[in-house]
Each structure stands twice: as C-alpha cells, then as structure tokens.
Design a protein. Sequence first.
Length: 327
Amino acid sequence: MKAAFYERQGPAHEVLCVAEVPDPQPGPGEVRVRVHASGLNPTDLKARTGFSAAMPFPRVIPHQDGAGVIDAVGDSKEAGRVGQRVWIYEAQYGRPTGTAADYVVVPSTQAVPLPDNVSFEVGASLGIPALTAHRCLFADGDIRGRNVLVQGGAGVVGTAAILLAKWAGAWVAATVMNEEQAAVARAAGADLVLDRLNDDVAAAVNARTGNTGVDRIVDVNVKANLDIDIACLAPGGVISSYAMTHAADALTVPLLSAMVHGCVLRFVFIYSVPVAAKIEAIRDINACLASGNYAPHIGMRVPLEKIADAHVALESASVVGKVLVVL
C-alpha cells in the first residue's frame, strides 16, 4: 500500500516520506479499514516534532483520525462488518501506524459505524475534535437549556463544541479573532459571536445572559483567557481546557475570584479520558451526525503526496477549519 511516514522527528518537508509499504493484516479483535480520508490534528504535529516525547517507534505512519470502509477483519465472528463505512479515532495512539495510508488496522471498537448520510470527509473530521469537545461539554452533566462559551469558536474543537452544544439544546457564545473565523462560528450555529481582540467578552456575555453567566466554557487558551472566563462564569460553572502552546506551560489561578465563583477547572487530554466516557461520546456524536446537525468546516484537502503541505498549513495556522488528506 501507499503510506506517508517519518523515521525521525523534525520539519514536515524534511522528514515526511510517501512510499509503498507492506499491507497491514488485522489480528484478533482488529479490523482493517480502506482509508478514504485522513484528518490532521495538532497532536500529530507534536508527535512529529518531538513536542514532549522522542520517537516511540523506528517508523511512524501518522494521524489518529480518519474514515473509510472495513475490508478485512481479524475475527470471523465480525465478518459481517466487511463493507461497513466507519470513522476512526486514536488509530496511531500506542501504535506505529495511523490513517495516513491506503489501509489502517485498528481495534474493532475504534472503527465506529458512520451513518450513511455522512461523508468520509466529515467522518475524518470527528475523532479527536469531536471526542474532546464532548468531554469538555458533557463531563459535568446535561447542558440542555444551559449557557456555553466557546473560546476559539472557529478552531476544529471549538467548531465541534458549537455543533454539539447546539444539538444538545444549549445557548452558545463563541469568540473569534477575525471575520473569516466569525463566519465559521456563525455557520456552526453560535448564537453570539464576539471578537476576542476588540470586544469586552465578559460584559457582552453577561449582558446577553441576564448576568447569570455561562455554565460551561470550552477554552483553547485558558492561560490567556482565565480572567475573562471567571468574569462570565455562572456560580459552580466549569472551565474546560484542552490545549497548550508549550509543553512547560503553567497556569496561575486567581484563587479569590475562582472561589467566589465556585469555579471548576477541568483539563481534557483525550487519550486519558475513561473508556465509558468515550462510549457515551460516540453515542452522542453519531446521534448528532444522524440528525444532520454536524457540519464541520473543512479548510484544506490535499492528496497523500502533499501531506507535508498539509502539516505546514496546520502548523502555521494558515487554514481556518479542518485539514484533510484525501486518499
């Protein structure tokens, strides 16, 4: 099969190669998927650049997320899954082979049935973003009728959070940094879109919520936004943080303000989220997909041969929306 891979960490155009490698074969409890689309995430870039760990394997085929069709199974009892359309999550976690290839082998549970009304491109846009957004939103209970703030509403996790929150019946405010991002947040369904650089976010959110504040905050940069978050948080509200700029980043918490608000800080690293929570998230994500209410913004599509360009685009933040490799 054709696959992209790297054998040392470093810049995308220096270390990523595309070549023929042996076809993988599924073992017990596994399925093989013919990949139609592979989704990039910041975690893929961090693995390639050595953000917080050295090379875990001599060769790595990158990317955790993707979508395609099961074409082989490791257990005969799962033969009925051959031909099933699926979306994939955590393909490369703990393994050397991800979705940036014609075929990928994953545990059967990590190949999730993809509703017939959903494209492979949308399927490849789920995985890390949708699971992360779900954990941020729902780990502390139902959000129907609640108020939500998404800091970074045009990012892939931010967009997923808007889509899932609206599906679940929440009121949603989102912050962005320019008009292009604002259009993406509005298209996802945000009720209020604010300019993070020029608007008084806390004042605007409190005004629109009758000074009750928001019950959930999904934040791409809690280090920069914490004071704003606390200022518009409802009593007992939850701030969920899922990203950082540097591996050594630290957070200073204004304890008095946090205590007065009864603030809960939740940190989400999707790989360590309990299996039961992921099963619940998958159920909700597929229900949202089946309802026709999950439409992520796709900002870039490239063929496998251009994978390094896709990595550079995501790394430089030059693309708004999901970056995909289409096979």
